[in-house]
Design a protein around this ligand. Structure first.
Ligand SMILES: Nc1nc2c(ncn2[C@@H]2O[C@H](COP(=O)(O)OP(=O)(O)OP(=O)(O)O)[C@@H](O)[C@H]2O)c(=O)[nH]1
Ligand SMILES: [Zn+2]
Length: 210
């Protein structure tokens, strides 16, 4: 985890654009854009209406073009995105789509690490071999987006303790940490094992050996 020396900076809402989402059971949502996101990435919030006075379900989804768009079986990002939108179709919520492809190393670098992973090197070690960090993401922009949306109290859908720790450090109160399902397949088993070994709370080993 990066050291978060700064408090979250103020961002503000730039536009709210209505959209209907097939992947959220045809519900209408708002895509929200922002001013003053200091990392200059076009992060976006997808807000599905939730009951007022409730603590909303929030998902921080890091971009994964291969999984989200093409449905790559190498990782669990596509099924996690579908799961979050399905949950939010029921109860509403806020999905932050964060442009942090490849855990922050970018798409081309991630694809380079896939070649290494095919030589039996795990996803985190492969990042180090190409001279990058295992996970270069920080969630300052996410915290700024949540604040701009008026959210300082959330329920967070994740298995990643680093997201929880960073958001708390950035002043976001997390009332509940809700695990995502384990989307285990033969193709992504090694990837999910590496995540579990790196601290993600995935109840994998029993299922992997079943
Ligand atoms: N560098 C690299 N990034 C990957 C790889 N596979 C997926 N990613 C990226 O990992 C990010 C998703 O992170 P995950 O570790 O799957 O999950 P998480 O967001 O940390 O945790 P959850 O909230 O529990 O889903 C996306 O940005 C993907 O592009 C890989 O093999 N190498
Ligand atoms: Zn992925």
């Amino acid at each position: 985890m990066n050291s978060l020396t700064a408090l979250p900076y103020p961002a503000s809402i730039r536009a709210r654009v209505p959209i209907t989402l097939d992947r959220a059971a045809g519900r209408t949502a708002e895509l929200v854009t922002f001013h003053h996101l200091r990392d200059d990435q076009e992060h976006i919030a997808c807000v599905l209406p939730y009951a007022p006075q409730t603590v909303p379900l929030v998902r921080l989804h890091s971009e994964c073009l291969t999984g989200d768009v093409f449905g790559s079986a190498r990782c669990d990002c596509g099924p996690q995105l579908d799961e979050a939108l399905t949950d939010m179709a029921d109860e509403g919520g806020v999905l932050l789509y964060l442009r942090q492809e490849g855990r922050g190393i970018g798409l081309y670098n991630k694809l380079d690490t896939y070649v290494l992973q095919d030589q039996d090197i795990d996803t985190f070690h492969a990042n180090r071999i190409i001279g990058r960090g295992e996970d270069e993401r920080d969630y300052r922009a996410a915290a700024a987006m949540l604040r701009a949306l008026g959210l300082t109290r959330i329920r967070l859908l994740t298995n990643n303790p680093d997201k929880v720790a960073q958001l708390r450090e950035l002043g976001i109160r997390i009332d509940a940490v809700l695990p995502t399902a384990v989307h285990l397949t033969d193709e992504n088993a090694r990837y999910l094992s590496a995540k579990a070994n790196s601290g993600h709370t995935l109840a994998l080993l029993k299922e992997a050996s079943a």
